[in-house]
Design a protein around this ligand. Structure first.
Ligand SMILES: [Zn+2]
Length: 219
C-alpha cells in the first residue's frame, strides 16, 4: 500500500513520512541516481516508441533487467529490448495482457520454469499503474521467448573479409597513377575523423532519450 502511494506521488511523497526510510525502493523511483530497474511506466514508454526503437539496430540490442526465457530441458535465452518489443507488438500469447488492478496493459519480461513439473512463472509490469505482474509458467509461451531470442540477428555483422583486388592491366594502373598524381597536388590531404564507437546504449540512456523525444513532441 505504501509502495502504491509512493508511485502515485513520487516527488511529494516523502514530505510526510516523519523520517522513516523506505525499506527498499524497487521501482527505481529515486531521483538523481540511475535506477537499477525500470518501472512499469518505463515499459509503457518503450512500447509507445516500439516502431522507433525497432528501426534502430543498436536499440534492439539493449539489455533489459530480468528479461530472459528459461525452459528446463529446452534452454535459456536472454531477451533483448527488440525481442520483447516484437513479442508485445505482435500480441504473442502470454507476453502481454490486461491488468487486473487498473485495466491497463501489462507486459511480461521473462519466463522461467519446467515443462515437466509445470512449476515456474512469468513476470512483468503493468504499463499503466506500474504494478508488478506474476503469472503462471506456460511452456508454449516461454518457448516463444526462447525462439524470439534465437531468431535475433546481431546488430553488428561479423567483419567482412577484404575484397580481393580486381584484376587489371598494367596500362590501367599507370593511367590511375597518373590521375592520382595530378589530383594529389591540388587537393589538401583529408584528415579523417576517428570512427565513432558503435556502443549498445543502456536501457537508462534509451529511456532518457525517449522522454526527451516525447517532451519535444517528436514521438
Ligand atoms: Zn495496472
Amino acid at each position: 500500500m505504501a509502495e502504491d502511494l509512493c508511485r502515485e506521488n513520487v516527488c511529494g511523497g516523502r514530505a510526510g513520512t516523519a523520517g522513516t526510510k523506505p525499506a527498499s525502493s524497487s521501482a527505481g523511483a529515486q531521483h538523481g541516481s540511475e535506477p537499477e530497474e525500470p518501472s512499469g511506466q518505463d515499459f509503457g514508454l518503450l512500447l509507445r516508441n516500439a516502431a522507433y526503437l525497432l528501426s534502430r539496430p543498436r536499440c534492439r540490442e539493449v539489455a533489459v533487467p530480468g528479461a530472459w526465457a528459461s525452459v528446463a530441458y529446452v534452454g535459456t535465452s536472454e531477451l533483448r529490448l527488440g525481442d520483447l518489443l516484437r513479442l508485445w507488438q505482435s500480441g504473442a500469447e502470454g507476453w502481454s495482457g490486461t491488468c487486473r488492478k487498473c485495466g491497463g496493459r501489462y507486459v511480461i519480461t521473462g519466463y522461467g520454469g519446467s515443462p515437466l513439473t509445470g512449476g515456474g512463472s512469468g513476470w512483468g509490469y503493468c504499463t499503466e499503474c506500474g504494478a508488478r505482474v506474476r503469472i503462471p509458467f506456460h511452456f508454449g509461451h516461454a518457448r516463444e521467448g526462447v525462439r524470439a531470442a534465437a531468431g535475433r540477428r546481431p546488430a553488428q555483422s561479423p567483419e567482412q573479409p577484404a575484397a580481393a583486388p580486381r584484376p587489371s592491366s598494367l596500362a590501367e594502373w599507370n593511367e590511375r597513377a597518373a590521375v592520382l598524381a595530378k589530383t594529389a597536388a591540388k587537393t589538401p590531404r583529408r584528415v579523417r575523423p576517428p570512427k565513432r564507437e558503435k556502443r549498445i546504449p543502456s536501457l537508462h540512456e534509451v529511456l532518457v532519450l525517449l522522454r526527451l523525444r516525447e517532451h519535444a513532441g517528436m514521438a
